[in-house]
Design a protein around this ligand. Sequence first.
Ligand code: PMT
Length: 391
Amino acid sequence: MSLKNKKVILGVTGSVAAYKSAGLARRLTEAGASVHVIMTDASKNFITPLSLSIASQNKVYSGLFDDPISHITLTADADVMVIAPATANIIGKFANGIADDFLSTCFLSFRGRVVIAPAMNWRMYENPVFKRNLDSLLSYGIMQIGPDKGSLACGEEGAGRMAEVQDIIDAVISSVTEKDLNGRKILVTAGPTREYIDPVRFISNRSSGKMGFAIAKAAIRRGAEVILISGPSDLMPPPKAQFIRAETASGMREAVLRHYMDCDAVIMAAAVADFTPADMSSSKVEKSETMVLNLVKTPDILAEIGALKKRPFLVGFAAETGQDTSRARRKLIEKGADFIVFNNVASELSGFDVDTNEITIIERDKITPVPLMTKDAVADVILGRITELIT
Ligand code: PMT
């Protein structure tokens, strides 16, 4: 997942949120894009062209007549145009074909995907005249991200804050991503499970949910409908996923069995506990010098789906400490998966609670090592292989 070799035009308009555009420009550049900023005159009240030039590592455009044909040449080979922040004024101009400055003329000459991140006072945002302009613009296929609800620069509360920079970047990446999972439904499990000893104590593991959430996000970006079933995790679920919280292994099993039927693929990235206390005490267990726990095996959800005659495409994960893939291969056969993602969790940069991962895809007749990369990129590798194999 990156914006490598993508040309992004970033339009900045006159809202107080314009100060965040420098961070956005920098992050788009870090994601691999070449970023070309267009500022309206009003935006210069909030941020300087120099700041945006430094952040984007490029010249900043503004005047319509600085170079008479650049409103055509600048957009001709651009991949995506993002307007952040987008004021009520620029949305009104775009919606009505008004082209009286450099940004609005560029909008009319551009043929690619456009993302807008509105930012304004909540009463302006709810004004029916503005709403009509916004609806009209969206009817042309323009993508909207935000606004978020919260405290506004004017001191009032409401919907009008520009979307978070990360959410805008996700929308820009989504706008240039091929929708090769359009029409597909994918179930993803993520995170750890908790197996309770008593009402206040449990057995769990170090899974943060990062890998499973990255897969869910990537699948949505590629056009899939996604059900994300997660154990306890601090992460925010992707807004477009159907999100189901499961706490224990048996709760996760129930949720998976309730939802897998009409899915095209099930990807089990969750670190489901292998054992659970044989009996959970209904009250807090008294402290003592030693404690013996009687554990029983949890139901193996992956194996249960794998044994079904009619089932979706099935992907399991195998967390192993070391490079030896033989146990993962055994899991592939025993659990009846279509492939297993072997995860070496011994390395500090791979596995539990880090943003990167080093995996090997293990199929019955093929082994594909994948170098260390971000979990977002790993998610795309896994989904890429699924799209190749799914019928
Ligand atoms: O969440 P992160 O911090 O990002 O970390 C990612 C991860 C390391 C948790 C993830 O990438 C990973 O490796 N997940 C699988 C961990 C695991 O439980 O491996 P396992 O070898 O014990 O299980 C093999 C497979 O069987 C897994 O797909 C697991 O979901 C499934 N399983 C296991 C036990 C059980 N009772 N039911 C199951 O379905």
